[in-house]
Design a protein around this ligand. Structure first.
Ligand SMILES: *[C@@H]1O[C@H](CO)[C@@H](O)[C@H](O)[C@H]1NC(C)=O
Ligand SMILES: *[C@@H]1O[C@H](CO)[C@@H](O)[C@H](O)[C@H]1NC(C)=O
Length: 402
């Protein structure tokens, strides 16, 4: 109803409007067209010529108006421009401006980068971070190819010259990955002689490359190859004490050797910079944890999984852990522990993510960094403990360099 109304409004408003050519193509993620159930991308109407054309027709048919209305997948309120420039439509693959096609498989490969990467000291604005696909499926633990595109895997080199993924992280801009202090400093790492080697982005199934899915229509969609980028600088919080019982300040940043360009499969999550997200205690909020379940001891899943966890009342969590002389404070968050599996789904060092509504879009913020949890993992009644990112936003911003 909302979308229909909006397009009627748009229709009237656009009669005399002159379109300003959209600069870079910007996408709000995958979608499915309402009529033919085709796979598409939610993009500015100016980037979807076959729908944009309709706006130029002086006398449209009811069918054309209906098509416009059915195609709307959102409104980009981050733009200051007129209504037409802000309309987002679900534009089917093949009808967009120059979609890439993989020569070998014929599959549509989405490897456009949306913008030139910004320098490392710039945080993405709302509208460029925390966004994934319009047709997100709630529930279930399997992720789709494009879900949580900010998830990073930390790749370690072992003394045997093998590589392994033993921690996770989250991309926060074109140059930095947020992770846990314990992923860079711990006696376990030291003893085993593992060296952080690089960061993997754009990964979904670690056992295949590239990652492809076959849709109901039998059409195959492949993500571009994952990328491994070496780490230029490791920045562990100055007050983090490796192997301390409380694991305070368990947070770290990795500066990548190169800037990364954002695609549908590599995109940053938003830092909780604004007061409302920074200061929220998030009690009873449902949050998402995703990852391959990687820990210092291995990874149980080859594909990215997800789970919803609920944030605990802080005092209740403190009481729980106090039994073991572990003192939690406001720089930590507790979540999960209600299901058998929940704390195992994420990656050590990976993000605890809170979906929020910004305009018509679901925007994800990184509320926590996975710090520690009960052993055995997923012990009923024991929440996982996360470093509360809101307490470290200023620390993060201070560390970012161009
Ligand atoms: C619609 O009209 C505008 C303004 O005249 C023009 O810039 C644009 O290219 C037209 N779009 C299509 C798809 O014909
Ligand atoms: C939590 O405890 C640590 C270590 O004692 C301290 O440095 C930090 O300021 C405390 N944070 C809050 C929010 O109480």
């Amino acid at each position: 109803m909302m979308a229909v109304l909006m397009l009627q409004l748009l229709w009237i408003a656009s009669m005399g409007a002159i379109g300003i050519a959209a600069a870079a193509q910007f996408s709000y993620g995958n979608c499915e067209t309402k009529v033919n159930k085709e796979r598409g991308l939610c993009i500015h109407i100016r980037d979807c010529p076959f729908l944009d054309e309709i706006l130029n027709i002086t006398k449209t048919t009811p069918e054309q108006r209906q098509l416009l209305s059915d195609s709307q997948c959102g409104l980009d309120n981050t733009r200051q421009s007129g209504l037409v420039q802000r309309i987002l439509v679900c534009c089917p693959d093949g009808k967009r401006v120059s979609p890439g096609t993989d020569k070998a498989t014929g599959a549509v490969v989405e490897n456009r980068s949306e913008d030139d990467p910004e320098p490392g000291n710039v945080l993405p604005s709302i509208g460029k971070c925390g966004i994934m696909f319009a047709n997100r499926i709630i529930g279930g633990t399997k992720t789709q190819l494009f879900e949580f595109p900010w998830m990073a895997l930390l790749k370690y080199k072992k003394p045997s010259n093998d590589f392994g993924f033993n921690c996770g992280g989250a991309l926060i801009n074109s140059r930095y990955v947020l992770t846990a202090g314990h992923c860079l400093a711990s006696s376990k790492l030291e003893k085993s002689g593992w060296e952080l080697h690089s960061v993997r982005l754009g990964e979904w199934d670690t056992s295949t490359a590239p990652d492809c899915v076959t849709e109901l229509s039998k059409k195959q969609t492949c993500a571009p190859m994952h990328i491994d980028i070496e780490v230029e600088k490791r920045i562990v919080h100055e007050l983090y004490v490796a192997n301390s019982i409380d694991q305070m300040h368990d947070i770290a940043l990795l500066r990548l050797k190169e800037l990364v360009s954002f695609t549908e499969y590599v995109k940053p999550i938003c830092l909780p910079v604004g007061d409302a997200v920074r200061n929220n205690n998030f009690e009873d909020y449902a949050m998402d944890v995703a990852g391959w379940g990687v820990t210092e001891d291995g990874n149980p899943s080859t594909t990215k999984l997800k789970i919803t966890v609920e944030v605990w009342n802080h005092k209740k969590c403190q009481d729980k852990y106090r039994v073991y002389q572990m003192h939690l404070n406001g720089s930590q968050l507790c979540a999960g522990g209600k299901n058998q599996i929940d704390t195992c789904q994420g990656d050590s060092g990976g993000p605890l993510m809170v979906p929020t509504n910004v305009g018509q879009h679901e925007v994800f913020f990184v509320a926590g960094v996975t710090s520690y949890g009960p052993v055995p993992c997923g012990l009923q009644g024991w929440p996982g403990v996360y470093t509360r990112v809101g307490n470290f936003v200023d620390w993060v911003i201070n560390k970012l360099e161009a």
